[in-house]
Every structure is written in structure tokens, then in C-alpha cells.
Ligand binder design. Structure first.
Ligand SMILES: [Mg+2]
Ligand SMILES: [Zn+2]
Length: 104
């Protein structure tokens, strides 16, 4: 049970989203879910421009929730995916502190 706990792993969060929304999410499908994710990214942009810190928190949460939803629909475990891609350092240079050249 997550309620009341201030910290959550990605696994717990993705499971929570799965429990709350998976039936609706699978009916809606990836394409429509992706549109919702994009809409939330737009709301995050608006909050960055003119929102309060509370607005920012809410929109970051929405973006992650819709990303987790999309991952659920596609059968991707976010925790595993993050570990695979970033767990051993930067995918570009392999360093735990990135030393990749920034392109101008
Ligand atoms: Mg939102
Ligand atoms: Zn790097």
C-alpha cells in the first residue's frame, strides 16, 4: 500500500498506475495515450513559464503518470528499462559522470 508513504520506487508507481487505470488504458490504446502524454508535456511547459512550484509538482507528476501508463500499455517495465539504459552510466560515454561533448 503506497498511501501515506512519502517515497515510491518506479516499480511501485508503475504498479499503482496499472491498478488504477490499466483497463481504460488498454481500451484506449497507445496512440490515444500518447496524445494525453503530449498534452501533459504541454501543461508542464505552461507551468514552467508561469506556474507556481505547486503547479510544477502537479505537472511533473502528470507527465510521469502518463509515461507510466504508456509503458503499461506497451508492456515496458520502466524500472528495468532505466536500469538497462542508465544503470551502468551514461549511454554515450559510459561514465557515471558524463563527459560527452555538448554539440553547439
Ligand atoms: Mg496536467
Ligand atoms: Zn556521456
Amino acid at each position: 500500500m503506497v498511501r501515506g508513504n512519502m517515497s515510491m520506487t518506479f516499480d511501485e508507481f508503475q504498479e499503482l498506475i496499472e491498478k488504477m487505470y490499466s483497463r481504460k488504458d488498454r481500451e484506449r490504446g497507445s496512440a490515444a495515450t500518447f496524445l494525453w502524454l503530449c498534452e501533459e508535456v504541454g501543461e508542464l511547459a505552461a507551468a514552467l513559464r508561469e506556474g507556481t512550484h505547486e503547479d510544477l509538482e502537479a505537472e511533473f507528476a502528470d507527465v510521469l503518470a502518463w509515461l507510466a501508463t504508456l509503458a503499461n500499455v506497451e508492456g515496458v517495465n520502466l524500472s528495468e528499462a532505466l536500469h538497462k539504459k542508465y544503470g551502468a552510466g551514461c549511454p554515450g560515454c559510459g561514465g557515471m559522470v558524463c563527459t560527452c561533448e555538448e554539440k553547439p
